[in-house]
Design a protein around this ligand. Structure first.
Ligand SMILES: Nc1nc2c(ncn2[C@@H]2O[C@H](COP(=O)(O)OP(=O)(O)OP(=O)(O)O)[C@@H](O)[C@H]2O)c(=O)[nH]1
Ligand SMILES: [Mg+2]
Ligand SMILES: [Zn+2]
Length: 293
């Protein structure tokens, strides 16, 4: 619960960032304990970072026609971007969108491809793994069913505040249960009709694994639109574009149709992957010409 006075303060502080979540998972807060055992938050300490996206298009979550920013969690050390080799189908477009959100938040990101038991020995996942590793991301392959990569993942998580984020049904909660059986995260059954999975985890929860290891499980996402990113900014969050960006002829280059674009040239030379560039164009098309914040 937040005191009215404090709500107002945050709105003023946030100015034009229309944030509808106030205290989020991972926040450090100062609170009063009430006699009934609940608490009232008096203060939220400054966040070192926070992960966010545009709030879904739901009435009540819009402000004068603009979408609010939905903050997922704060003060994170590492984001584990959980995806699956199949069921749901491997979705590189969604991965690239999540990477834009994490890069713009300045949060270290590790890609996990789960359900490796569902693909045969010769599969295209190895190629995707190489693609993301070439860019500079760590990629871990896991299977809850075959207990593949679980110990390795566990070692990576130790001593940090970690968040698991990704599409619904990829196995975020299952992985957490395989890693820490005693914690009991809720796992869902894939609905056979859609093979998409239902949203089993409905709210983000943080659990303490040991003295200084924390894990946040989050509800699965269907789509994600990064918040507060301009057309000129977007290229910076495709980290392999960055070395080329300053070679573009125009400062304001959006790496689309402009003459003398070094990013386009790098795509033509094979220095930037066509897949990643297509993800970029996809996202670019969804960004309105909004005033920058
Ligand atoms: N074959 C296979 N199935 C898995 C694996 N991991 C999870 N599953 C299954 O995938 C389904 C969804 O798992 P969840 O852990 O609930 O997925 P989630 O990502 O937490 O989903 P949300 O909470 O909706 O975001 C369940 O039926 C799991 O049993 C795996 O490695 N291999
Ligand atoms: Mg879940
Ligand atoms: Zn350019």
């Amino acid at each position: 619960m937040l005191r009215g006075k404090f709500k107002k303060l945050l709105e003023i502080k946030k100015n034009k960032l229309y944030t509808y979540d106030f205290a989020v998972v991972g926040d450090f807060v100062e609170f009063d304990l009430l006699p009934d055992g609940s608490g009232v938050i008096n203060n939220i300490f400054e966040r070192t970072n926070y992960l966010s996206r545009k709030a879904p298009k739901i009435k009540g979550l819009m402000h004068k026609g603009e979408r609010y920013e939905q903050i997922i969690a704060a003060n994170l050390d590492v984001l584990y971007l959980i995806s699956s080799a199949d069921k749901p189908k491997f979705n590189n477009r969604l991965i690239d969108r999540i990477l834009v959100a994490s890069e713009s938040a300045g949060i270290e990101t590790v890609i996990v491809i789960n359900k490796m038991d569902l693909v045969s020995a010769e599969n295209e996942i190895a190629e995707w793994k190489r693609l993301y590793e070439n860019i500079g991301y760590k990629v871990l392959l896991t299977s809850v069913v075959e207990k593949l990569g679980i110990e390795n993942l566990k070692n990576e998580l130790t001593g940090k505040v970690n968040i698991f984020w990704g599409q619904s049904g990829v196995g975020k909660s299952s992985l957490l249960n395989a890693l820490y059986p005693e914690l009991n995260f809720r796992v869902g059954e894939i609905s056979h009709a859609s093979k998409k999975g239902r949203h089993t985890t409905v709210t983000s929860v943080m659990k303490k694994v040991d003295g200084n290891t924390f894990i946040i499980d989050t509800p699965g996402i269907r789509e994600i639109e990064p918040f507060g990113i301009t057309k000129q900014d977007l290229g910076h969050y495709f980290i392999e574009f960055v070395p080329f960006i300053h070679e573009c002829k125009f400062n304001s280059c959006t790496h689309f149709h402009e003459p003398g674009c070094a990013v386009v040239k790098a795509v033509e030379n094979g220095e930037i992957s066509v897949e990643r560039y297509e993800s970029y164009l996809n996202l670019l098309a969804t960004i309105e010409d909004e005033p920058s914040y």
